[in-house]
Design a protein around this ligand. Sequence first.
Ligand SMILES: Nc1ncnc2c1ncn2[C@@H]1O[C@H](COP(=O)(O)OP(=O)(O)O)[C@@H](O)[C@H]1O
Ligand SMILES: [Mg+2]
Length: 217
Amino acid sequence: MTGVFVTGTGTEVGKTVVAAALARTLAAEGKRVAVFKPAVTGLDEEGEADHQLLKRAAKSTQSDEEIAPYRYGPPASPHLAAAMAGEEIDPSRLLAAARSAASGADALVCEGVGGLLVPLSPGYLVRDLAVDLGYPLVVVASPGLGTINHTLLTIEVARAAGLEVAVVVLTPWPERPPAVERSNLETITALGEVEVRTLPWLDLTDPTGWPRLSWGR
Ligand SMILES: Nc1ncnc2c1ncn2[C@@H]1O[C@H](COP(=O)(O)OP(=O)(O)O)[C@@H](O)[C@H]1O
Ligand SMILES: [Mg+2]
């Protein structure tokens, strides 16, 4: 069983898009792909929810409940969204749900929530879940100004907990990347001692046309 944990430098950086592209790549290789999202918030807002895009990209037949055991309306940190619903996210339930999703598949693509230090419950961070699952990390980041600091912070926080950073993915990568973006890629590679890949702008309505996303080969 192989799996990856897709995290990022923050919220709205492209984690769902990268996780979806990765799920699609694995599915196109003939693998049965399961997707997992520990908690989804912001269901009150317009647009396709993370677990729905992940499911579509992976061609998964999992239920919403199987993909995302905790789902909330308000766009808030998961620990707060859970508190507003009068509950607390239970780490053992999350682990059981992730393992159950993985058990029916050849590969599991798990998307984190926000960044690594976001609390799922008051005492259990996204990073703790990543450690408990034990999958290598995909770190999603923006290509432009500010990304060196955010990305290197994320890599340090990951490695401090013993997590393996498999790759950094910069998204959306411009068709004609300006000097700053190209330099950011080189600087993160050098200072982060990590492989860096890029993902171009994707038409999210049509996964059949997406490029493959892979690394280390
Ligand atoms: N490669 C890409 N192709 C298309 N849209 C992208 C790409 N990268 C980021 N985006 C856009 O950026 C926004 C945030 O992406 P999303 O994956 O939802 O972020 P996160 O999961 O980190 O919150 C979305 O509107 C998404 O469509
Ligand atoms: Mg997301």
